[in-house]
Design a protein around this ligand. Structure first.
Ligand code: URA
Length: 435
């Protein structure tokens, strides 16, 4: 097979055969296909799409590009969740310990920031010493001992995704439903969870702009999971405004800790409660969503969920003093309010622009080698539908550099659309997609 023929077929809107897809994934993972040809194929897929059969083939080829975990020797039933990516999305940090505290082992392979969206591993690495790299034996040991593991992409689990993910991030080929579906589901299948809750984001800060496109993505991921014998549910949730208030790595860890301790923004907690309840329901811990929510509420209220998070941080080498006192987490030098330039209702937020503003402050990467600045970001408690008076604070900017701070202020203010008329608040879940 010749890569140039595969690229040309997709460029011209053709369908790739199962053999071509398997060949591409095997050879690219082995390093025999150069990045420039793989990038050309990714762009052709981005522009031309893939049908259902091609998407399933790509997912399975990527899932089989490395080892397949079987965790049943240490846990009879393991659950996982995955978000399609958003701004301020620190849900994993809260829901995984809640579910683990309710007695359902959670083993998760998380990702790094992608484009304007943040990544769980980058957030967790703002805790000194915390590490996501571990071998299979350690993954299993921690799953058995604590019931909660948060690992990173490894060379042995879905390595094709590790290479393609990094290439997509820098070739403007992230927001493609077949590529997102294959990326997420290949990791989930390889990591061995028996049940998966997918949090598919929709809106101005998500890769899927409309509920219809998010629904298509959610449906194919649920079908792939179900066909592979995993119980799979997808929630289509709002990303037309940052999730919670904090955007930026250490700021988000702090907000997650506050939430685990009973505080945090109410809208963020509502989202965590829904995701946790769906995970507990799939795990058979409750027979209704309401009963599952009660279990999650209890695990937060009696401190078990917070302790589980703390145990996971400690097991993975993190400094628990920063968990007990989040003021010890990295902090930016300058913290300044963003003042409303007029009175009115917030009609819309360009959430991706807020995510990019965070990246420009140093909270994310513009090129693969960029180093993350953990302390910078925003705390934006304002939401669509809020009335704000001229000169009131919309939130705060956390920056290490004055010039970057002023640029971020400008970017956030430009991201706000105002209305003189009242505006309805946004829902947080639009639909639930089941098998
Ligand atoms: N999360 C992933 O793991 N992959 C994507 O492509 C998008 C979000």
């Amino acid at each position: 097979m010749r890569m140039v023929d595969v690229i040309a077929r997709k460029r011209d809107g053709g369908e790739l055969s199962t053999a071509e897809i398997n060949w591409f994934v095997t050879e690219f993972t082995a390093g025999s296909i150069p990045d420039y040809q793989a990038a050309a194929l990714l762009m052709a897929i981005y522009l031309r799409g893939m049908n259902r059969r091609e998407t399933v083939d790509l997912t399975l080829a990527m899932a089989h590009s490395g080892d397949q975990l079987d965790l049943h020797d240490v846990a009879p039933f393991v659950i996982d969740k995955h978000s399609s990516g958003g701004v301020g999305d620190k849900t994993t940090l809260v829901v995984q310990p809640i579910v683990a505290a309710c007695g359902v082992p959670v083993g998760k392979m998380s990702g790094r920031g992608l484009g304007s969206s943040g990544g769980t591993l980058d957030k967790m690495e703002s805790i000194s010493g915390w590490s996501c790299s571990m071998d299979l034996a350690q993954f299993k040991r921690q799953l058995a001992e604590i019931g909660l593991v948060l690992s990173g992409q490894t060379a042995v689990l879905a390595p094709a995704d590790g290479k393609l993910y990094a290439l997509r991030d820098v070739t403007a080929t992230v927001a493609s439903a077949p590529l997102i579906a294959a990326s997420i589901m290949s990791k989930k299948l390889a990591a061995g969870a028996d049940a998966i809750v997918l949090d598919v984001k929709v809106g101005s800060g998500a890769f899927m702009p409309t509920v219809a496109t998010a629904r298509d993505l959610a449906q194919i991921m649920v079908d792939i999971g179900t066909d592979a014998g995993r119980k799979t549910v997808a929630l289509i949730s709002d990303m037309n405004q940052p999730l919670g208030s904090a955007v930026g790595n250490a700021l988000e860890v702090k907000e997650a800790i506050e939430t685990l301790q009973g505080g945090g923004p109410a809208s963020f907690w509502a989202h965590c409660l829904d995701v946790s309840a769906h995970m507990l329901l799939l795990a058979g811990k409750a027979d209704s969503l309401e009963a599952a929510q009660e279990l999650a509420e209890k695990a937060r209220a009696d401190g078990r969920a917070f302790r589980k998070f703390r145990d996971m941080v400690e097991a993975q080498g993190g400094d628990v003093a920063q968990i007990d006192d989040p003021s010890l987490l990295p902090q930016a030098r300058f913290v300044e309010p963003i003042l409303a330039p007029r009175s009115g209702y917030i009609a819309a937020l360009d959430t991706a622009a807020i995510g990019w503003a965070g990246v420009h402050l140093g909270a994310g990467r513009l090129v693969k080698t960029d180093r993350i600045n953990y302390g910078v970001g925003f705390v934006l408690p304002c939401a669509v539908g809020d009335y704000v008076a001229f000169g009131d604070s919309l939130g705060t900017i956390h920056a290490d550099d004055r010039e970057q701070l002023e640029q971020a202020r400008e970017e956030v203010l430009t991201a706000v659309t105002w209305s003189n008329e009242p505006v309805d608040p946004l829902p947080h879940i639009y639909e639930t997609i089941t098998a």
